[in-house]
Design a protein around this ligand. Structure first.
Ligand SMILES: C[S@@+](CC[C@H](N)C(=O)[O-])C[C@H]1O[C@@H](n2cnc3c(N)ncnc32)[C@H](O)[C@@H]1O
Length: 201
């Protein structure tokens, strides 16, 4: 299958499709961090290659202006609403791409209220990671992703007695930019499930 992994700098999903023999490419405005196949990455705006005859696209558009957790930046007037509108337009462009099978991934976001509800909501702990990170999937012509290995999320009790997932706790100390970069990386267990279950024969 000709697979495009849009908005992916890590190469995580792309490499799982490549390992299973698919003609897979990633695309991001950033360079690819995976050294497995450097010639399998387009460093450019993905909107320029959506028409290139892909069988499947898995897209991870930025959630910075879409996540429900950041909504107060808009309601308190600290960010212009146009940023959210532009981010939604980008999501619409990806969802409406002329590609037979599509999965668009994002955290809990305004996509649900402004475009449509996700077909599925998953957690990394359903795919072998101890992380809790609510991940929504908007899909077209794809079956629901079956859980591959359900494990217990690892929690840390903080000084104030509140519990936090260990992954978020461990990455909390990183500088803000690095933190969101690390946190946005797709989990390998989810990438493996996508390639295994959506890659077909
Ligand atoms: C939330 S991160 C997804 C990271 C991904 N899960 C991974 O493992 O690499 C969103 C990515 O979208 C990229 N991006 C934003 N606008 C883009 C565009 N127009 N074309 C291609 N990539 C874009 C950003 O550079 C960023 O790396």
């Amino acid at each position: 299958m000709k697979v495009l992994v849009a908005c992916e700098y890590s190469g995580t999903v792309r490499d799982e499709f490549l390992k299973r023999g698919h003609d897979a490419y990633s695309c991001d405005v950033l360079p690819c961090e995976s050294k497995i196949k450097e010639d399998r990455h387009f460093q450019q705006d993905v909107s320029e290659i959506l028409d290139d005859g892909w069988d499947l696209m898995i897209a991870h558009p930025p959630c910075t202006h879409l996540a429900v957790s950041g909504a107060r930046w808009f309601t308190e007037g600290r960010k212009p609403w146009s940023l959210q509108e532009d981010a939604l337009d980008f999501v619409r462009l990806l969802l409406d791409a002329p590609i037979e099978r599509i999965c668009l991934e994002n955290p809990v976001s305004v996509i649900s209220t402004k475009i449509r509800k996700p077909e599925q909501i998953i957690q990394p702990w359903q795919f072998g990671h101890t992380t809790q990170k609510t991940t929504c999937l908007w899909t077209k012509n794809l079956p629901l992703l079956k859980h591959t290995k359900v494990v217990e999320p690892e929690m840390v009790t903080m000084k104030n007695g509140k519990k936090m997932n260990k992954f978020h706790y461990d990455t909390f100390s990183l500088p803000k930019k690095e933190r969101s970069h690390v946190r946005s990386k797709t989990f390998k267990g989810i990438a493996e499930a996508m390639a295994e279950q959506w890659g077909g024969e």
